[in-house]
Write a protein that binds this ligand. Structure first.
Ligand code: DLL
Length: 457
């Protein structure tokens, strides 16, 4: 499932490999692993003490666990400290976890919070500067250069995507077009008129844009766009290929989450396209077993092993975050284009997005990966879970649009292939319903793939 090695896409003629190497990097990007780890150790010691002194929740948690910031003598000792979860942030709503007086908080953001209270995060002026620097680093890694025009289609507002990406593009020295999400026809009009070099969006929203272009009679390969920096939701190597070919661009990943900073925690290099490098001068990642996350450094998983990603911030002032459980499932891999910064594998999914179907674990990205290898099928699909009364067994229906170029009569084999491939690779039986092009809801940001219609409780 984890997809890193990619050949350069021959179709993406707009972006050249030479372009990737002409940038001036931040000094931290070229440090040795030893230098990064020395920096991490001193920053971690500072952050733990800072959080303990200033945030009552951390003092309580550390005291309850019988551990003190001074107990961190080497990096692996971090594994002995307690975790922080989204529930902690919710309980301390809105500002209980801030480590600075409100007058020093320059900005707040909040998660949309589909259930319960949203989580609120804050930034000092210095935090905002660090954030912009890291997003700029990601954009540069992905091929964007000072002076380029950048169309930003991440949503503006409390969501960290829009303003986070905006500040990063500005810090890099780009001309930013602050579009936000939605109003797809207008986005397309401005892409044609303003001729941006790069677009920042969720992968599924870029797909919506490409689709709408085709409907408007515009060839999506003919625009000025050369680079896309895509994130905020899981996407597969197959989706990358789809977008690169459809739009004649180079598409790279950007990862992040509000609680840890926002976009820019990790970013992918265009010359290797092999997964996002975590910026380890600002964050210390760990991988733990998501289902048995006992504290203790012996329970931290080794690099290469799959599990839940956990982050500790190393420089944040307003909201230092210690061992935050992201629920994102992935693994740590050695650095490549930035050797001292480890990469994360593609995110398979979130532990709370995992469908358990008659005992088999399933993620939407697995379906995406399989479906996009079947030429008759489009990337537009939904997973519908039901429990028909007569059966008392959970049922999965994959609703997927056929490609417009394929007549409806020609999709029977494709539907069967998808069903069989899901059975072979995922282990679940399902029903496949090939539907008309344009009939499923389109993304305007983070796309909802799962429709769980099973009776609650
Ligand atoms: O989505 C921040 C962001 C904005 C990242 C724009 C990249 C681009 P949240 O709304 O807090 O923040 O959601 C964070 O989104 O825990 C992952 O589950 C998922 N996610 C973010 N980036 C990626 C990615 C923003 N590149 C949650 N691949 C995270 C897969 C991602 N999932």
């Amino acid at each position: 499932m984890t997809l890193h090695a990619t050949e350069p896409n021959a179709a993406s003629s707009g972006a050249t490999a030479a372009h990737a190497t002409d940038a001036v990097l931040d000094p931290e990007e070229t440090m040795s692993r030893d230098e990064i780890e020395a920096l991490q150790l001193s920053r971690l010691q500072h952050t733990l003490a800072y959080a303990y002194e200033r945030v009552p929740l951390y003092k309580r948690k550390f005291d309850d666990a019988g551990i003190h910031p001074a107990d961190l003598r080497e990096l692996s000792d971090l594994g002995n400290f307690p975790f922080t979860t989204k529930d902690d942030l919710r309980r301390e709503y809105p500002f209980g976890m801030f480590a600075v007086p409100q007058s020093e908080v320059a900005r707040v953001h909040a998660s949309s919070g589909t259930t319960g209270r949203p989580t609120v995060v804050g930034y000092t002026k210095q935090d905002l500067a660090d954030w912009a620097k890291l997003v700029a680093r990601c954009l540069r890694a992905s091929g964007v250069r000072p002076g380029m025009k950048v169309h930003n289609a991440y949503g503006y507002g409390l969501f960290t995507g829009g303003l986070g990406a905006h500040a990063g593009a500005e810090a890099l020295g780009c001309t930013v077009i602050p579009m936000s999400g939605g109003q797809t026809e207008r986005q397309i009009q401005l892409i044609q008129d303003f001729e941006p070099d790069a677009i920042l969006a969720t992968p599924t929203y870029l797909l919506t844009i490409a689709d709408a272009m085709a409907h408007m009679g515009i060839d999506p390969t003919s625009t000025s766009l050369k680079y896309a920096v895509l994130g905020a939701e899981p996407w597969t190597q197959e989706m990358r290929h789809e977008l690169e070919v459809t739009m004649n661009i180079k598409a790279c990943d950007i990862y992040g989450l509000s609680e840890v900073m926002g976009p820019g925690v990790a970013g992918e290099c265009v010359e290797t396209q092999d997964g996002s490098h975590i910026w380890e001068d600002h964050f210390r990642p760990e991988i733990i077993d998501p289902f048995n996350p006992a504290p203790g450094k012996e329970n931290v998983l080794a690099d290469g092993e799959h599990g839940e990603l956990v982050f500790t911030s190393l420089t944040k002032e307003a909201l230092p975050i210690i061992r935050y459980r992201t629920k994102d499932l992935t693994r740590l891999l050695p650095g490549t284009a930035r050797p001292a910064h480890r990469r994360m594998g593609r995110i398979t999914g979130r532990s709370d997005d995992m469908i358990i179907l008659r005992g088999v674990n399933l993620f939407p990205s697995q379906i995406e990966e399989i479906a996009l290898r079947i030429p008759e099928l489009s990337p537009h699909f939904q997973l519908v879970l039901t429990r028909p009364e007569a059966q008392r067994m959970d049922q999965l229906t994959v609703k997927i649009e056929r490609r417009e170029s394929v007549p409806a009569e020609a999709t029977t084999t494709a539907a069967r292939t998808l069903r069989e491939q899901i059975k072979i690779h995922v282990g679940s039986s399902c029903t496949v319903d090939v539907v008309e092009p344009g009939s499923l809801e389109r993304s305007s940001g983070k796309l909802r793939r799962i429709y769980d219609m099973r009776p609650k409780g």
